[in-house]
Design a protein around this ligand. Structure first.
Ligand code: ADP
Ligand code: TRP
Length: 323
């Protein structure tokens, strides 16, 4: 089965990105043909500083490699190495009603927050649909907040196929169990809320962040509902199953101090990501190899994209010098 997903280089990756998306991306490489790209054109809707965008793009590549992406098994590449993608986004825009795009939650949320919306941000779902359809993938692993974009992609595939001929395969979203990872303030963890626990923060900084996670003021001796606690939500992601069960009992029994949970969380974080931090340092020291991996990934992905685009252009009568 072919799997495709993308991640924006718009800030340091965090536990929400990992448990909501990246962990499953990396697991899927064992069984499937995986295409993962760094969505730098998408980030241009929010990051408008050239040096910062260059650095964040490289950071995502380093993060994926450090977290276990194996370039022998999965393709990793930059969105900008596939110029057919923005071309397809334009073609999709000609068969897609403005009303569909106006229904996107991500754009409506930005408007509600008073953020001024550029055409790029408004048309984000068109570029995302092109990202996906151009590789004819079967599954797109993402977090809950991206499902609407995948549904729009399905609609756009249908509009194109109905208008011209069957060119696109209908992709399905694939959700991970950890649909919404809470941040240190209890809201959804997100770069834009400043409430993240970063994947590659220095050990001390990460611990400080974890010790500062917001909890309620239930006295130590009282029983507590684990399902209402941010700490427990994170424990469930990081601890082995038998340990989770023990914590659950301690919550319900009473006598549990949140400080103990935080200390254990900090240890679990270090056990999970400490070795990854070292792996990342090793990749940082090999910039040419990282660039090679991105170029090889792009060359393979582009071969697929070029074939599909030739079919797209032919289906809609767009002639080029090479067609
Ligand atoms: P952010 O909200 O920090 O900007 P992105 O929108 O770049 O994150 O998300 C990248 C991927 O990580 C998406 O597939 C998204 O669904 C997933 N994701 C982000 N935050 C969370 C979270 N708190 N819980 C679960 N998944 C998340
Ligand atoms: N919109 C996604 C996000 O913010 C990133 C993304 C861009 C993506 N293109 C994609 C994800 C294609 C999956 C498939 O997380």
């Amino acid at each position: 089965m072919r799997i495709l997903s993308g991640i924006q280089p718009s800030g340091a990756l965090h536990l929400g990105n990992y448990f909501g998306a990246i962990k499953q991306h990396i697991e899927l490489q064992e069984e499937h043909e995986c295409f993962y790209f760094i969505a730098n054109y998408h980030s241009l809707t929010t990051v408008q500083d050239a040096d910062r965008l260059r650095q964040l793009t490289l950071d995502v590549a380093l993060d994926y490699l450090a977290l276990g992406l194996d370039p022998e098994k999965a393709l990793l590449f930059r969105q900008s190495d596939i110029p057919e993608v923005p071309e397809l986004a334009w073609i999709l825009s000609t068969v897609t009603g403005k009303g569909l795009i106006e229904r996107a939650h991500s754009f409506k949320d930005k408007v509600a927050k008073g953020i001024s919306v550029s055409m790029g941000l408004f048309g984000y779902p068109l570029l995302m649909a092109a990202d996906i359809l151009i590789y004819r993938p079967h599954l797109v692993p993402v977090g809950q907040d991206q499902v609407q974009h995948i549904e729009m992609t399905q609609d756009m595939a249908g509009y194109f196929n109905n208008t011209f001929r069957e060119v696109f395969v209908r992709p399905e979203p694939r959700l991970n169990e950890a649909q919404v990872v809470p941040g240190v303030d209890g809201q959804k963890m997100s770069k834009s809320y400043g409430n993240t626990i970063e994947l590659f923060a220095p050990a001390k900084a990460a611990k400080k962040r974890i010790m500062g996670i917001k909890t309620d003021s239930t006295p130590v001796e009282d029983p507590k509902d684990p399902d209402k606690c941010n700490l427990f939500a994170l424990l469930k992601l990081l601890a082995p199953p038998d340990e989770i069960e023990q914590w659950e009992q301690r919550y319900r029994r009473g006598g549990l101090g949140y400080g103990d949970v935080k200390k254990r969380l900090a240890e679990l974080y270090e056990e999970t990501f400490g070795t990854r931090r070292q792996a990342r340092e090793q990749w940082v020291a090999r910039p040419d190899d990282v660039e090679d991996i991105l170029r090889t990934g792009a060359a393979r992905a582009r071969a697929v994209a070029q074939e599909v685009m030739a079919d797209v252009r032919d289906a809609c009568g767009i002639v080029t010098a090479t067609s």
